[in-house]
Design a protein around this ligand. Structure first.
Ligand SMILES: [Zn+2]
Length: 109
């Protein structure tokens, strides 16, 4: 059991800093306390691993921003889709030849 500076059982947290992305450490369980205990769980990573993780994090964040933007605009695109369907339906109905409509209605009865 690892105990922090203020005497509580330390908890395992994950660092997301640029120097130690994804590296686990022991920290104080009290959020925002003045106890600045830090004990590394994982060994430090080589520079190349850090660069790769940071690159992947940037990609994930970029994809997340695109998804958020799409979800934000989705209701607007649904409205556009409905409008396009209504316009297409009206166009089809108004462009039909009256004799075609007559033959269609006569074929079912
Ligand atoms: Zn503490």
């Amino acid at each position: 059991m690892v105990v922090c500076t203020c005497g509580q059982q330390a908890v395992v947290k994950t660092s997301w800093t640029d120097r130690n992305p994804g590296r686990c450490f022991y920290g104080c369980p009290t959020y925002d306390s003045k106890c600045h205990f830090l004990g590394w769980v994982d060994a430090s990573m080589c520079r190349r691993s850090v660069e790769i993780i940071l690159g992947l994090l940037r990609r994930i964040n970029g994809i997340g921003e695109v998804v958020d933007l799409f979800e934000e605009q989705q209701p607007k695109y649904k409205k556009y889709l409905i409008i396009v369907w209504v316009v297409c339906l009206l166009y089809c109905l108004t462009s039909l030849d009256p004799s075609t409509i007559k033959s269609l209605s006569g074929s079912c009865c």
